[in-house]
Design a protein around this ligand. Structure first.
Ligand SMILES: [Zn+2]
Length: 241
């Protein structure tokens, strides 16, 4: 890495950190900079494929409807599960995996990793990884931190557990006031191309009521548009990361 590149990367990390400090829930910082300098972390993969990822479940109130839409479109996806939610609905975590979807780790508690002691982050991630594996029978490969904010401790813990951190390249902002299926669709589609990684939420457990419903309403059209563009929708496991 050249010194110019190093300086740019340091500036990008600082900008991302500042953006995070001033942002509300669900904000991950400086997306364009991250996509350019950290393409793998942003989930950028095979150009003929789009990874669909769902955070914050499994939620008996909303996740089954996502599974139905995906099944109707013969699409599979990655579900970043919260350990605390898996503990309440272990059978639903098993159902997600049994339907052919990928299960992944979103932590146990939905808390900023940068505000916690590295040991607490490691214990949280280990507990969540074990809960996901025990409930689904599948050892997860990927980790996404709550709010998309990775601390050094979270990176180290993920490495120890053999988990690859992945954020996203497009999101629906369904947690924002006034979000609708149409706004979610348009927000995702504006940044989406082959190789992209879509973030949506299949639970309202960390978002205002109605967020998951807005995401669910956007999902059929997004899947249909991928298919019409010759892009396969699938899990991160098939995304070439
Ligand atoms: Zn989350």
């Amino acid at each position: 890495m050249t010194s110019d590149r190093r300086a740019l990367t340091a500036a990008a990390l600082t900008a991302a950190g500042l953006a995070v400090m001033h942002a509300g829930p669900g904000i991950a910082g400086f997306g364009p900079v991250r996509r350019r300098f950290f393409p793998r972390l942003s989930g950028l993969g095979r150009p003929d494929h789009v990874a669909f990822t769902f955070d914050d479940g499994p939620d008996p109130a909303s996740t089954p409807a996502f599974l139905e839409v995906l099944a109707a479109h013969r699409a599979r996806a990655t579900f970043f599960l919260l350990g605390s939610m898996v503990a309440r609905a272990p059978q639903l975590a098993a159902d997600i995996a049994a339907a052919g979807h990928e299960v992944a780790v979103h932590g146990w508690d939905h808390r900023y990793t940068v505000l916690r002691h590295p040991r607490a982050v490691r214990d949280d991630m280990t507990r969540a990884r074990d809960a996901v594996a025990d409930a689904s029978g599948v050892v997860p490969r990927f980790y996404r931190p709550p709010y998309g904010v990775l601390s050094a401790g979270a990176l180290a813990a993920a490495r120890r557990l053999g988990l690859t951190p992945v954020l996203w390249s497009s999101w629906g902002r369904e947690w924002e006031a006034g979000a609708t299926p149409w706004s979610v669709h348009d927000t995702v589609a504006a940044g989406l191309a082959g190789g992209g990684c879509v973030l949506l939420h299949d639970s309202d457990c960390t978002s205002p009521a109605g967020a998951a419903a807005a995401a669910l309403g956007a999902l059929p059209r997004l899947l249909e548009e991928c298919e019409a563009s010759g892009l396969r929708a699938g899990p991160l496991a098939e995304h070439g990361l």
